[in-house]
Design a protein around this ligand. Structure first.
Ligand SMILES: [Ca+2]
Length: 268
């Protein structure tokens, strides 16, 4: 998810690519594992995005984007004007914490932290901190449907959380034809599927949240170039938001100067 501090990004990238189910993998007892179909996209519209934002969480609500950023000392949550990319409101996260994913639930906004095993509860209108919650392991991303929250933690598992108590109620492992898909990062629930950025790749997985099966991939390598990002360092694709009422899907990346509304193209 993160980490400007890594000197071994290249190694991590190699590991991510080798285990991240991007490439077909040989399974014992099988010949070559199949992988889910890969679809593309078309750009509907391009918006400005703060190029200093180390984007960790993103969602859309009532005409605004809500974004969280990471890194110790640079983490914040904010309400962003989609058209201008500027903050309408923001709150700085204590530098002890590396901010991670966010999601709304009613009048509350929940935020994860990377390794502190603590999450924050804010009033979504004022950004006043009104509580905390805890969880074991790392926190990477959050999203929701109308019944529960979904949380990624950098592994191949998605946790289900009770939206009131924030306690885990279950989990599912994400696999593509039986191969675990690790480094699940930013999430968005879209029309019954979970979309997940795969950290340090140019792909989004489309996941059936009931089974964990990857039903398809979205290849966004072209957007990296379009955004003027390298995607070889920390400026990787991360951030998915969905405007259900307008059926608009938004994606961006860490430190990207642009945010895109895209439409998905069928797999070939
Ligand atoms: Ca999201």
């Amino acid at each position: 998810m993160k980490r400007l501090k890594r000197n071994f990004d290249g190694l991590l990238l190699a590991v991510a690519l080798s285990v991240g189910a991007v490439a077909p993998t040989v399974l014992s007892g099988c010949a070559q594992a199949a992988s889910a179909p890969v679809g593309g996209y078309t750009i509907v519209k391009t918006y400005p995005h703060d190029p200093t934002a180390f984007t960790e969480g993103l969602f859309y609500r009532d005409g605004f984007l809500y974004e969280s950023t990471g890194l110790n000392g640079r983490s914040l949550i904010r309400k962003v004007n989609l058209q201008t990319g500027f903050s309408e409101a923001e709150r700085i996260v204590d530098s002890r914490y590396f901010g991670e994913g966010i999601v709304d639930w009613g009048k509350r906004l929940y935020e994860l932290t990377w390794t502190n095993e603590v999450g924050f509860i804010y009033d979504i209108d004022t950004f006043e901190k009104i509580g905390e919650f805890s969880y074991p392991g790392e926190g990477w991303a959050l999203t929701r449907d109308d019944k529960q929250l979904y949380m990624s933690d950098g592994t191949s598992f998605i946790r289900f959380l009770d939206p009131q108590t924030l306690k885990e109620t279950g989990r599912v492992e994400v696999t593509d034809h039986g191969v675990p898909v690790r480094n699940l990062n930013e999430l968005e629930y879209v029309k019954g599927e979970l979309l997940a950025n795969i950290w340090q790749t140019t792909r989004i997985a489309r996941i059936d949240p009931k089974t964990g099966n990857v039903v398809g991939w979205i290849e966004l390598a072209g957007l990296v170039k379009e955004a003027g990002a390298s995607a070889k360092g920390d400026d990787v694709l991360n951030g998915i938001a969905y405007d259900a009422a307008g059926d608009r899907l938004f994606v961006t990346g860490k430190l990207w100067p642009k945010l895109f509304e895209i439409k998905l193209a069928p797999a070939k």
